[in-house]
Write a protein that binds this ligand. Structure first.
Ligand code: FE2
Length: 209
């Protein structure tokens, strides 16, 4: 049972990250959980995880669907310098782990080796936010042509449910970012650039990644 009260499978020792298909394993073997075990409550105050803080702050049953609220949520998480340890940043592929998920929202941690990206996609009606916690990312958006926005460490971006983008690591070093979505992602629509416009391709349902 993890710190969030979920049944879970603890990854093998020395491996707390998954590459590509990772949603079947809970992320409870996080540095936050480890910290609480190693620090006796009688000697030092027990540190609350960022997600515990968030759960306490949110009224029961209310999703933080406001993109600005999601962006603030990522700011709380981004202060934890141990987050990159949850991912295998030596992998040549993007890797990710879900930090938290409810019916109303979810939070992901994503690792980006140099040269990797998402491709053009939307979020199937979820609003969201993401913030760079290590390295740098570039977000490509479309407004009668491609637009780009560079995001350095600590910088974030929120977006409404209709947002379409392509996020890439165009730097020379690995990047890590934390992402929050509300409601929880139900899927993504893929797009391609054709004839000077974004053209819908296929829909990926949650669980396919
Ligand atoms: Fe996205």
């Amino acid at each position: 049972m993890c710190g969030w009260g979920r049944a879970c499978v603890r990854p093998a020792a020395g491996s707390t990250s998954r590459t590509v298909a990772s949603t079947s394993i809970c992320s409870c073997a996080s540095a936050w959980s480890v910290a609480s075990v190693r620090t006796p409550a009688t000697t030092r105050p027990r540190r609350s995880s960022p997600m515990t803080t968030i759960h306490r702050a949110l009224p029961t049953g209310l999703a933080p669907a406001d993109p600005d609220e999601l962006l603030r949520l990522t700011l709380l998480l981004a202060h934890d310098e141990r987050l990159p340890e949850l991912l295998d940043l030596t992998s040549p592929e993007r890797s990710w782990t879900r930090l938290e998920a409810t019916d109303l929202m979810e939070v992901w941690l994503i690792g980006w080796p140099p040269g990797t990206g998402t491709g053009w996609h939307d979020h199937q009606g979820s609003s969201g936010a993401f913030r760079v916690v290590h390295g740098a990312l570039t977000e490509h958006t479309w407004d009668r042509g491609a637009r780009t926005r560079d995001l350095a460490r600590g910088e974030g971006r929120s977006f409404a449910a209709s947002h379409v983008h392509d996020v890439r690591n165009e730097g020379a070093t690995a990047a890590v970012s934390v992402h929050a979505y509300a409601p929880a992602l139900r899927g993504m629509t893929r797009y391609a650039v054709a004839g000077g416009a974004l053209v819908r391709q296929q829909v990926e349902r949650a669980g396919q990644w």
